[in-house]
Each structure stands twice: as C-alpha cells, then as structure tokens.
Design a protein around this ligand. Structure first.
Ligand SMILES: [Zn+2]
Length: 386
C-alpha cells in the first residue's frame, strides 16, 4: 500500500519479517483447550493467567511472520513450591493426571501434537485461508515465507526446560527429527542437564510462591555437556535463558564459535542486575557465536523497579543490546501467554506495531528496525537450525 497518509512506521512494520523468538500459545491449547481462532478473549492489562495474547487473529494483526512456539511440560516441582496449584488435582483431575502423572517427554510430544492440530484447524473464516502453518525445517520455513501477502504465520516448535528429555539423549534426537529448533536448557528447577536461576527476580515479593532455594554455584552436569555437544551436532539451537551464569560460562567454552548461541527472552544485567540477565561480556560471546539475544516483554526482568508501562524499558534494553552486541545480534522474545505480566502499553501480539513506531521515533533506520524485528532471528534460524 502506497498511501501517503500511511505512516512510515506502519509500512516498515508490514514489510519487515517479524519473528517472536519465544511465546506460549501452546498453554492455551493444551492446558485450557482454547481455540486460537477466537477474537473474543480479552487481553487484560495486568497479570492474568487467562489471557490470550498470541492467538491467530492477534498474531495476524501484529504482523507476526514467524512464531517460535514454546512447548513447556509443566514441572512437578511447582506443585511443591506453589501449594495452591495442588487444587488443580481436584478442579481438573483428568487434565492434572495427563500433565503431572506421566514422563515429561510424553507430555512434550503430546503438546506438540496438540499444537499442530490447533494450527491445522485454524482457518480464518473471513478469507477461508489457514492462519498458520508449521515449518519443521528450513526448507518448509522458506516455502512459507515465499508465499505472498496473506501468507500463514510460520509456526516452529521449540522446547523450554531440559527436563523434557527425561535424562535421555535419544529423546533429544526425536525432538530434532520433529523439527524442534531450540531447547531452552533450564527452567525453574534443576534438571538432568543444568541448574536454573531464580524463577522470579530476587528483589520482588514472592507471596510464598517459589519459596525453594536455587544454588547458583551449580552449573552444567556431565549429561548436560553431552546434550550441548549433541545439539551442536544435530543443529538444534542452544537457548541459555534460565541457566545459571556458571552454566552459561561453561557453554561458551564448549561451543565457542561452532554454533550460534541464543538468549530468547531476557533483559540486560547492566540495566537490571539479576543473574537471569546476561552480562555485557556474555552479549559479546553471543555476538561472536553469530547468535541473537531476544528482549523479553516483561518489566520485572527489564528494570529493577515496578511499573505498568514497559515499552520504554523494552527499547532501553534493545538499545543496550545494540550498543554492546551490535545491531546484528538483537531480537524479540515476548514470552506472551507464559503466565507472564506484559507491559500495559504492549500487552499482546497485536500491539507489536507500536514497538516499530517507537523505534522509528528513536531514530533507528529502516534496515536496523528490520533486523531487530526479525531479520537477525531469521538469519540465526537459517544458519543454526538443522
Ligand atoms: Zn522462560
């Protein structure tokens, strides 16, 4: 569209390939059996586990082209550290057994199947065309991206939390065959591979949730070293988000420049000094590996103080990543629908164009904005996946 009243930022947004490195539409499918096609779910302002921020209409409205769709089998440790969740045992007994009563790997595969079904069933009633389509490898991704206007959103499976492997290397191979592009090694609890940082920032009230200790001196296990090697061999990207700083340090040593390393959903330690966030020297490591760092859309990781509005925090963090890692190594990882609390001024995928508008105002060039919105993430997928 070459309408002169059409603001430049909207054109830039529409012409860019927008990639969200990390979001959880699968929770809405697997835990709550929600359709991803409905427009009626409200996207509320504050923390709301019942929000739907990444359903198909919202992804379309936000101009998202590629969605790295996170599969996270819920960890059993959460039942111990967050006692109210045990009520689910009685409120939804069948679902509870389905999620917590089986090996993590089985749950992971089921959630992947359910997500694929949701995508197959997701037809836009207006146009009759599919909203989305799964890409299981680079060729399928290119084929989707080569379609013209109105093309489906390319969905790619990714897995969060190494517990999903149940300690078996062959399960990693199965995930690679199923087209999983990356594994986030850690999550909230120590697993066979690696130890995590705290689930929430240490400076926040926890209200009795996640009361357990985390030992930040723990790093990558011996099995974890095997997993990392295997991932390099298989062409599965290694996501360092949630891993302890010691573990991350070891991974930089092991991988070096052999594969692009990624953080998919983090803030900057220099701005908010929490062990969850990568330090500047780590941003250099990511850049040297050819990888990418995705900024998370969640205030409490971005800034050491609370505020509802967070677009400023996102752009401030992006600016820091750009200054330290370089414009080629920055991306977006919203963490939408991961039981997270997004900023009030960027609360679901449909509002992503507001970020582009802000980047234009801040003086980024069109080419730079394209890289941040998804160009870099796409390059990493092309170079490091499969
Ligand atoms: Zn996460």
């Amino acid at each position: 569209m070459n309408n002169s009243s059409d603001p430049g930022w909207r054109r830039i947004h529409n012409q860019s390939t927008v990639v969200d490195l990390h979001a959880h539409p699968a929770f809405n499918v697997s835990l709550f059996h929600r359709l991803l096609t409905s427009r009626i779910y409200p996207s509320s302002r504050a923390f709301d586990p019942f929000s739907v921020r990444t359903n198909f209409p919202r992804l379309k409205d936000g101009g998202v082209d590629v969605m790295l769709s996170v599969i996270h089998p819920p960890e059993r440790g959460i039942l111990e550290e967050c006692p109210p969740l045990n009520l689910l045992r009685y409120l939804m007994p069948r679902n509870f057994r389905r999620i917590y009563g089986r090996p993590y790997f089985e749950v992971t595969i089921d959630m992947m199947d359910e997500m694929e079904n949701a995508v197959k069933k997701g037809l836009d009633r207006g146009t009759g065309r599919p909203y989305a389509q799964f890409a299981h490898n680079r060729e399928e991704l290119e084929a989707i991206l080569a379609q013209g206007d109105g093309r489906p959103v390319a969905f790619i499976h990714v897995v969060e939390g190494g517990h999903a492997l149940d300690g078996k290397l062959e399960n990693l191979e199965t995930l690679a065959r199923r087209g999983v592009a990356y594994l986030t090694l850690a999550h909230f609890f120590e697993n066979e591979i690696v130890a995590p940082t705290y689930p929430w920032p240490e400076n926040l009230q926890h209200f009795g949730w996640f009361s357990g200790e985390r030992d930040l001196t723990h790093g990558l296990s011996q099995f974890g070293e095997q997993v990392v090697e295997k991932m390099v061999e298989l062409g599965m990207l290694i996501d360092l988000s949630h891993s302890t700083p010691v573990a991350r340090k070891r991974i930089y040593q092991i991988v070096g420049k052999r594969a692009p390393l990624i953080f998919t959903h983090v803030g900057a330690y220099e701005i908010n000094p929490d062990p969850y966030n990568p330090q500047d020297w780590e941003l250099h490591q990511i850049a040297e590996s050819g990888g990418v760092v995705g900024v998370i859309f969640m205030n409490y990781w971005l800034m050491p103080r609370e505020s509802g509005r967070g677009l400023n925090f996102i752009t401030r963090t992006l600016q820091h990543f750009v200054q330290v890692a370089g414009i080629e190594h920055v991306g977006l990882g919203s963490d939408f629908d991961g039981f997270t609390d997004p900023p009030d001024d960027l609360k679901d995928a449909s509002e992503l164009p507001k970020l582009t508008q802000r980047l234009v105002v801040e003086g980024y060039k069109e080419e730079e904005i394209g890289k941040i919105l998804g160009g870099n993430a796409l390059r990493v997928l092309r170079e490091g996946w499969g």
